[in-house]
Write a protein that binds this ligand. Structure first.
Ligand code: SF4
Length: 457
């Protein structure tokens, strides 16, 4: 009942965000960094920022997240944080001995003007960065961008490690974007099934969905190794999944090491997965393996069996651009009607893509980049929907407006499963539809009068 005050009348707002549909840049940078094996993410700012970023990731992934902090106090805030960072580098390698530190800035250190690349240079000159150890960095001030741009910047920073030996390794780089650890596993499974040798980076599978073994590992077994990251410069190509999360890194590899890249949508739903599989198949020079054709057929079968329940259902969506683009296309392809689409990440090209995907619908979709959940709620009040898809924060809108709700995206703070069950690929498409059908049919059961309360649906 917390959002009952949201008014139906929409007034123009230009300098006020209410209930943001995004979170801060360093959270994305930290998540990406955890996808490198043996990496300790480092937050160059105050302890409070670091604690917030770690706890947000822990609440979503239900795993401990370790990270260092430069622990800014008043002195660092006034005179700059270089001394703190130098001390941190020394302490981290002495006490925790990671393979690599992936450092990101925060609002405060960016405002001061700290330059982490220059600090790294100084650390090397002063012998604080041990031989065979690495440090990469990303500028992630949170007064611009979002967790998505923070993720993208840290993935791009990983390309600093790429080397070009002049000898191709016969592999394809796959940049999966900000997807769940289970999605990264699924992307690797599909790639292997098609017969493509790949380097997936970052890779949080085995890091943020690991087992409880009784043995504490400061650095879990998963993650892209440094050797693999170095080898990305020798790969024969890169497939970047998602314009917002992955394209920058792919283009950087192309620029620096002439590794040609292809940017695709994230493989959520039928069509985007088809494009991903086709790109892999083309690289491998093979036909689609039977196992994958079977999975696709199962997804098509479920769509056709249950089409009557999807048909013309109105949907409101909130989340991150790459995910929303693929999901909107998926919903349109099964005859659902996305009517309101909001992301907190800036970028007008997002609005253009959503309009393009929905151009044949008999209505004009409400779409906003750099929007917020308050606006989404107002849109829903003006044009009610049958289904809401988004992160946990949507539960307030779902409760107030009594809308069936599917949790999908980041963060999910009050449910389990997202780390373990993929929603990418054809099998992931089955899971998405199972979740959507589950809430739609629960609602149908709840609202059916006794004479039409059916056993079989
Ligand atoms: S100060 Fe900036 S970086 Fe730190 S938690 Fe707040 S928004 Fe994020």
């Amino acid at each position: 009942m917390l959002l009952r005050h949201t008014p139906k009348e929409i007034s123009e707002r230009s300098a006020l965000t209410i209930n943001p549909a995004k979170t801060c840049q360093p959270i994305g940078a930290m998540y990406a960094a955890l996808g490198i094996h043996g990496c300790l993410p480092h937050s160059h700012g105050s302890q409070g920022c670091c604690a917030y970023h770690r706890s947000t990731l822990t609440r979503h992934y239900k795993e401990p997240v370790s990270a260092g902090t430069s622990s800014f106090t008043e002195g660092a805030s006034v005179f700059g944080g270089q001394a703190n960072m130098m001390q941190a580098i020394n302490n981290i390698f002495t006490v925790y001995d990671p393979e690599i530190i992936a450092a990101h800035t925060t609002c405060l250190s960016e405002t001061i003007g700290d330059d982490l690349k220059q600090v790294r240079k100084k650390a090397i000159e002063e012998g604080k960065l041990p031989k065979g150890k690495y440090m990469i960095s990303a500028a992630t001030p949170s007064y611009v961008g979002s967790h998505v741009t923070g993720f993208s910047s840290m993935v791009k920073a990983m390309t600093d490690l790429a080397e070009n030996t002049g000898k191709k390794n016969g592999k394809i780089n796959i940049i999966p974007g900000w997807v769940e650890p289970a999605d990264m596993e699924e992307i690797k499974r599909l790639t292997t099934l098609v017969g493509v040798k790949s380097i997936l980076f970052p890779d949080t599978s085995g890091v943020l969905n690991g087992p409880l073994s009784g043995e504490y590992k400061m650095f879990p077994d998963g993650g892209t190794t440094i050797a693999e990251l170095k080898s990305t410069g020798d790969s024969i190509g890169t497939i970047a999944l998602g314009e917002w999360c992955s394209a920058e890194a792919a283009r950087e590899l192309d620029k620096l090491h002439k590794v040609p890249c292809k940017v695709l949508d994230m493989p959520f739903g039928l069509k985007a997965t088809d494009r991903f599989i086709d790109a892999l198949r083309t690289v491998a020079g093979v036909t689609v393996p039977d196992e994958i054709a079977l999975e696709r057929g199962q997804l098509v079968d479920l769509i056709s069996d249950m089409h009557q329940y999807f048909y013309q259902k109105k949907v409101a969506l909130v989340g991150d651009p790459d995910q929303l683009i693929a999901m909107t296309e998926f919903l349109v392809s099964i005859d659902m009607c996305p009517v309101h689409v909001v992301t907190g990440t800036p970028g007008k090209k997002f609005e253009r893509r959503i309009k393009e995907i929905t151009k044949d619908m008999p209505y004009e979709v409400n779409v906003k980049a750099k929007g917020d959940m308050f606006l989404l709620h107002q849109w829903i009040k003006n044009e009610p929907v049958d289904l809401l898809i988004g992160n946990t924060y949507c539960k307030y809108i779902a409760r107030d407006e009594d809308i069936p709700f599917v949790r999908w995206g980041f963060p999910i703070l009050d449910r389990q499963g997202h780390q373990y069950f993929p929603t990418v690929g054809y099998k992931g498409g089955l899971r998405l539809l199972e979740k959507i059908l589950g809430v739609l049919l629960d609602r149908k059961d709840r609202d059916s009068p006794e004479q039409s309360f059916e056993l079989v649906l």
